[in-house]
Design a protein around this ligand. Sequence first.
Ligand code: SF4
Length: 360
Amino acid sequence: MPARLALLDSRPALSDLDGTTLEHWAETNGQPRYRARQLYSALHRRYVQSLDEVTELPVALRSALVQDYRVRTLETRVHLRSSDRSEKVLFGLADGQTVETVLIRGRNAGGTRRNTVCVSSQVGCPAGCTFCATGLSGFGRNLTGSEIADQVIYFAHQLALEGDRVTNVVYMGMGEPLLNVGAVSASVERLTDAKGINLGRRSITISTVGIVPQLRRFSEWAGQTNLAVSLHAPNDELRSRLVPYNRHFPIADLIAAVRDYTDETRRRVSFEYVLLHGVNDSMEIGRGLVALLKPFGGYAHVNLIPWNPFRDGHFVRSEGPDADAFAGLLRAGGLRATIRYSRGLDISAACGQLRERRSG
Ligand code: SF4
């Protein structure tokens, strides 16, 4: 268990408090209850980041609040904007640790705007995937539900100022969400709260390397939330080298759990596959992938992600014709496959890179 750092800011965060607690605070401070409702609405429907924005509260009340509370669980350390309009923020937590969050702007097939926030669920990551900057940096601690939800709220606030909104959330930043199920589940509840940001569960995707016991209960606690599985190799020998957790939960167990999930829910699963040149992108390995996933029929979709280089990363990115040939082989084998080039390479937008860069 990692040692907990001393709190740099010991004030509780208002975003961490539910409506009942805020009403209790109002009563004990001689305020009418509707002040609590005003504050709750400002926090969760207007996504305020500062009490200066809550102008419906008297100035004296805001000053009193600021003595006792932070507004959010996160403070912005670095905010980078890419030439492709993706953005990345390094957030500081109350104990001085840092996490990264990315906003990816795009369009749906129909042309409507799609603003996806990629959140972290842990400080660092215990999974230790060998191609991942976060995995190589070790594990700090689990995030709380509010620390996860506040990453989304930060960008919801910014987009609201632009007349836009968050449309999707993916748990694909730092951390393995299924090793922090309590907080991840709490954050999903917060993000789907009808009195708050009110996202649909189907617009949220949780990605896992395959922590099989938690995966087997996924539909119980995640409901209609989408599932993505970080596969990266079709055989145990190679996958254990890339994703060390495979030694705990080998491919046969993982695939059996995902099959039971698709049989039960009739929902499609994304399989994430980082393309590493000369490691997992050969035609032979591609045929192995087809054999492994073909039984899923239309319930499997493979996302091929050319690897993003980082300092101390010892792989070569597979892209262009190599990536096209691999995708073509999967499609010829009957799988649905898409190549997803990462956005924001000029701002180190892939998982763990900004934090790594700031610490080096
Ligand atoms: S790829 Fe994901 S699960 Fe693997 S080490 Fe990186 S953050 Fe953790």
